[in-house]
Write a protein that binds this ligand. Structure first.
Ligand code: NIG
Ligand code: FE
Length: 392
């Protein structure tokens, strides 16, 4: 059945050939959806007839957000750690082990329920495509069960067994790397599309990360990398060397990192929720834009460094604290995320793409940053079906 949404105040297509600017914006627009796909976009007055008609009441319509970086498979929270940080303590990778203990103790049902509750929050914030990593189990069995749960709900599953060295291997990080190479990769490969490593101070060094990523690639997983969050130990350079789809965090970047990213197919994924929640200095995205590096924005939802599921919050932070323009921030949270996941079917509203869209309680996408902290999501459609309808 086809549906036309007419009387859209501003429609963001992310296809510059369909409208104005980077976002391909069309004013007074309509969009036709058919069989879960976009069939037509253009001026409202020229819209073809459809089986059903929806009046958007002059609201803005944007592509659904693509959250390319989240950690949703865990139990418990670390609110006390947040409190300590806000009293002056520093964030370290070691806190991950607190969540590992709680996650190992949780039942499959509780892990899945917690993940789906966070996904519900994401949907209500306008996210229609989401990735999740494992990384709080850190045994072959616990990592495999986490990814099996995730793969029932998303195709974007990432094995992050190399998140931190677990307590039982505290004095033998190479022993833990061997466990990953010899046992974990085989256990998770049926349900992991991607492989990731936290390559940073207090986690895994560049040589360990290279060995793990190469082994994952040889088992059919595609690489992405947590890079340069706490320090610059050369992780962005490794991401480029291995052709990672994305180098994530990029909090500490020098000019050789930016040059390397600029000459590569690796997207720089920025995670402003992490700088916010760890009270770290924000990276300046203008340096990346000036060099022509594609940039994604993601929530990094996790219980330690960024416990948010709100893409509008991340967009507002990116604009205010990272020097994104509102246009760049929306692009990064939609097309940027799609590129970071190497997806061409989402992140845009051009004919043929998946009908994932958000109606805003506002006449323009500019209100995402202009009205921070306000419930700006009116309704959300995924593959042409309504998955959330908020207040008008
Ligand atoms: O992306 N940096 C590594 N992993 C997460 C934090 C995990 C945690 O603190 O529990 C991140 O920020
Ligand atoms: Fe992360």
């Amino acid at each position: 059945m086809s549906v036309v949404i007419a009387n859209i105040g501003s429609l963001v297509t992310n296809d510059p050939s369909l409208g104005s600017g980077l976002l391909g914006e069309i004013n007074t627009a309509a969009i036709v959806l058919d069989e879960g796909r976009v069939a037509w976009v253009g001026d409202s007055s020229a819209a073809p007839a459809a089986d059903e008609q929806i009046d958007a009441g002059g609201h803005a319509v944007i592509p659904g957000f693509v959250d390319s970086h989240a950690h949703l498979l865990f139990a418990g929270d670390r609110a006390k750690e947040f409190d300590a940080r806000m009293r002056g303590e520093k964030y370290t990778a070691g806190g991950i082990n607190e969540t590992v203990a709680a996650t190992r103790a949780a039942s499959d049902h509780d892990l899945e329920t917690n993940m789906l509750s966070l996904v519900g929050e994401m949907t209500r914030s306008g996210i229609t495509t989401w990735e999740t990593k494992s990384g709080y189990g850190l045994t072959p069995e616990h990592e495999a069960r986490a990814l099996a749960i995730a793969s029932r709900h998303t195709s974007e599953t990432t094995f992050l067994g190399a998140h931190v060295v677990p307590k039982e291997y505290a004095d033998d990080s190479d022993g833990y790397v061997s466990l990953i190479l010899e046992k974990m990769l085989g256990a998770v490969s049926p349900s992991a599309k991607w492989i990731d490593v936290f390559c940073d101070r207090g986690a895994f060094d560049v040589d360990q990360a290279r060995a793990i990523l190469l082994a994952g690639i040889s088992q059919g997983m595609q690489p992405r990398l947590h890079a340069n969050q706490l320090a610059n130990i050369g992780a962005v350079q490794l991401a480029v060397e291995l052709g990672c789809a994305s180098a994530d965090h990029c909090t500490h970047l020098d000019s050789s990192d930016i040059d390397a990213l600029a000459g590569s197919a690796t997207v720089a994924t920025l995670l402003p929720g992490a700088e916010f929640s760890t009270r770290a200095a924000y990276p300046d995205a203008r340096r990346l834009f000036d060099a022509g590096v594609p940039v994604a924005l993601a929530t990094d939802c996790n219980p330690g460094s960024s416990f948010t599921t709100s893409m509008p919050f991340c967009i507002a932070l990116a604009i205010r604290e990272m020097n994104f323009t509102p246009e760049q921030a929306l692009w990064a949270a939609t097309m940027g995320g799609a590129q970071a996941l190497r997806r061409s079917d989402v992140g845009t509203l051009s004919p043929g793409s998946r009908a994932d869209l958000v109606v805003l309680n506002a006449p323009s996408y500019l209100h995402l940053g202009y009205r921070p902290g306000v419930d700006i999501i009116h309704s959300v459609m995924k593959a042409g079906s309504i998955s959330y309808k908020g207040i008008a």
